[in-house]
Ligand binder design. Sequence first.
Ligand code: AMP
Length: 171
Amino acid sequence: MDCLKELIREVPDFPKPGINFYDITTLLKHPGGLRTTIDEFARLFHGRVFDKVVGIESRGFLFGPQLAYAFHAGFVPVRKPGKLPADAVSEEYALEYGTDELQMHRDAVEKGERVLIVDDVIATGGTAEATARLVESCGGTVAGFGFVVELGFLNGRGRLEGYPVESLVRY
Ligand code: AMP
């Protein structure tokens, strides 16, 4: 999707030297950018049934609810530790230095439900993989992953082998 690629701003050395940050706020502020993004996901996943769309904090929240609307599904937030008020499941995942953790309400996904996991960017795939483990620990089935941007050179897709993965813009 070259038209979407043009709307994504690249910010060198953010948040630290050596990181090229893909900024989707420039896509969101464009009148047609968000609509095209959601329409394109709907086209790529056409015919598939999802009971829940899971958005990963925080930029997954900018696209997930609209995909839930498009697929007549519920929306579930996956959050950083300590943010969810009710009983939650947790998954740790490795970062370049140290570990991080994500949480989801234990009752957010029911056994046998089909789930689409959404985020703005897939880099190494660690965040997405941890989110799949959260869904599966509650008995859900990961029926797809959707990313606006895929950093193909980091091969995050390799960690999601066996799952349907769609991305709109690749670098
Ligand atoms: P990863 O777990 O390595 O796939 O990292 C994915 C998460 O980090 C997503 O939630 C992204 O929002 C964020 N992220 C990683 N790398 C970038 C980048 N170069 N530009 C923007 N966001 C990024």
